[in-house]
Design a protein around this ligand. Structure first.
Ligand SMILES: *Cc1c(COP(=O)(O)O)cnc(C)c1O
Length: 383
């Protein structure tokens, strides 16, 4: 088969199964609103949980950072791209989260790929929660280690896999808050089971950092668990982009030797690191935004109980409404969009077959009226 035929047939298959993905360019997106083709929608699809992406102090810091350092880092951190702005932010993060070291990465995807690729060897086992993010599962699949998945949030299932004979080391991977279900992992039990066999625990807290716990320190801090590797990302509650790995001194030094995504890639612009320091400050200080977000979550859940859709047991900003069939989920999302609400229908294979859903994300920027009007539109659309 030629390249052309291979590509055409892959595209055809996507179209035939209604799973062809397209991107839509918006004119403006924020935690609360999205402007698309000149129409303004209430945005219930944003990860900007605290509205930090539009925060004046963060915008100003990015501008100031650009004036001080220019707009680019000029190279890999291992050559000349590592700047005092990166270093300061790494130190702030490490101190804030109670780890010896923090290393910045360009994205959460890159951080997860880098860590797994740097650690995993042929005889090792990577034991990951079944619902882990694609960036984790893909990295594990592409690694020379064997990937095994435990049932979602099921410690007994994890223990069964950990008990199996292995020649190499065991790396256990889970998340603080799961991106499609919004539920939280039992981190203390998972940490205990992992320690018991001498394994390494890696927790990706992309959706927990900034939102959960005192000062938004995240799921691990809240559950009083210190994983060997904590990945936090800055594209969600921090409102910017980028990521960091928090770890011990030797682990940081190891990653600096072997994490190819760090070594062979241009470092994040120093101005961005400078803006991230400001974002950290905003996140820490703004307990009121976290309180508002919790109030919005409670309001949504109370109203959504009246809907003929299954509400998941999520206490986080991610509030999926299970619809079941793909087409119904897509139609509901389209109906709501006509009425000015932007939310996404999530279908298999992103979620298990038969659990197509409307993925509602709430932010601190939504008002009570925003949430009530969404609920009303959902009642009407599902009646
Ligand atoms: C969003 C997300 C990522 C990817 O982070 P980026 O910085 O957007 O690349 C990784 N893991 C989880 C759990 C996520 O939700």
């Amino acid at each position: 088969m030629s390249w052309q035929r291979r590509i055409d047939s892959a595209l055809e298959q996507r179209r035939a199964t209604d799973s062809f993905r397209v991107r839509l360019a918006n004119q403006q997106g924020s935690a609360r609103y999205l402007v698309q083709d000149g129409t303004r929608y209430l945005n219930f699809s944003s990860n900007d949980y605290l509205g930090v992406s539009q925060h004046a102090e963060v915008i100003t810091a990015w501008q100031q950072g650009a004036e001080i350092y220019g707009v680019g880092s000029g190279g890999s951190g291992h050559v000349t791209g590592y700047n005092e702005a990166h270093q300061q932010f790494e130190q702030q993060l490490a101190a804030w989260l109670g780890f010896p070291r923090a290393l910045l990465f360009i994205s959460g995807f890159a951080a997860n790929q880098a860590v797994i690729a740097a650690l995993a060897e042929k005889t090792d086992s990577i034991i990951a929660d079944k619902l882990s993010h694609a960036s984790l599962l893909e990295a594990a699949m592409h690694s020379p280690a064997q990937l095994r998945r435990f049932a979602h949030n099921d410690v007994a299932s994890l223990q069964t896999l950990l008990a199996q004979q292995t020649d190499g080391e065991q790396l256990v991977i889970t998340e603080g808050v799961f991106s499609m279900d919004g539920d939280a992992a039992p981190l203390a039990e998972i940490a205990q089971a992992t320690r018991y066999v001498g394994g390494l625990l890696m927790v990706d807290d992309a959706h927990g950092i900034g939102v959960i716990g005192s000062e938004g320190r995240g799921s691990c801090y809240q559950q009083q668990v210190q994983p060997d590797i904590l990945v936090v990302t800055f594209g969600k509650a921090f409102g910017v982009s980028g990521a960091a790995v928090l770890c011990s001194e030797p682990m940081a030094n190891y990653l600096l030797q072997f994490a190819r995504h760090l070594i062979y890639s241009t470092a994040m612009p120093p101005a961005q690191a400078y803006a991230l320091s400001a974002a950290l400050d905003v996140v820490r200080r703004n307990e009121s935004r976290r309180v508002q977000l919790q109030a919005n979550i409670a309001r949504f859940r109370k109203g959504a109980e009246q809907l003929p859709l299954k509400l998941m047991a999520s206490q986080t900003a991610i509030q999926p409404l299970i619809v079941g069939e793909n087409q119904i989920a897509v139609n509901l999302a389209a109906t709501l969009r006509e009425q000015g609400f932007w939310l996404t229908a999530i279908r298999p294979p992103t979620v298990p077959a038969g659990t197509a859903r409307l993925r509602v994300t709430l932010t601190a920027s939504h008002t009570s009226d925003d949430i009530d009007s969404l609920l009303e539109a959902l009642y009407d659309a599902t009646r």
